[in-house]
Design a protein around this ligand. Structure first.
Ligand code: RTP
Ligand code: MG
Length: 140
């Protein structure tokens, strides 16, 4: 059964461009509740660990450099059918393929600098939330 939580990051490009507030507004207006959130900055090592599933891909080194290039927001979101509904809200990885009205269509500037992350399964949502937030930070 689908759980009601997912994990997101507002990525360095969107944070640096001052789009975090507008993106969070879209997330809230789509019915997601923020139940944990922090501003932070990944080291290249932490970015590499977070995205280690992609370590054999040609874009992995660039991805780790980009994801550690500046501050991000990390957040746990709550809503029915959270993982699937959030992936719909953010749109396709490549903004050129993202549907009109999706966060990536509006804010992403390239397939890499694509504004937001969204977990791809309930299992990964839990793993990724635990990567950033300890128990005391997940009391809600
Ligand atoms: P995410 O994990 O960040 O939510 O993105 P996603 O599921 O839509 O895409 P995924 O395949 O998991 O890729 C992770 C991130 O790597 C960057 N990427 N660059 N240069 C490229 O061809 C390329 N492909 C992917 C993007 O930042 C993508 O979100
Ligand atoms: Mg992914």
């Amino acid at each position: 059964m689908a759980t009601n939580r997912t994990f997101t990051m507002i990525k360095p490009d969107a944070f640096a461009a001052g789009n975090a507030g507008a993106i969070l507004k879209m997330i809230e207006e789509a019915g997601f509740k923020v139940v944990a959130m922090k501003a932070t900055k990944l080291t290249p090592e932490l970015a590499g660990k977070f995205y280690e599933v992609h370590q054999a891909r040609p874009f992995y080194a660039d991805l780790c450099a980009y994801m550690s290039s500046g501050p991000i927001f990390a957040a746990i979101l709550e809503k029915d059918n959270a993982v699937e509904d959030f992936r719909k809200l953010i749109g396709a990885t490549n903004p050129a393929d993202a549907a009109e009205g999706t966060i990536r269509k509006i804010f992403a500037t390239s397939i890499e600098a694509n504004a937001v992350h969204g977990s791809d399964s309930d299992e990964n949502a839990a793993i990724e939330g635990n990567f950033f937030f300890n128990q005391a930070e997940r009391v809600l």
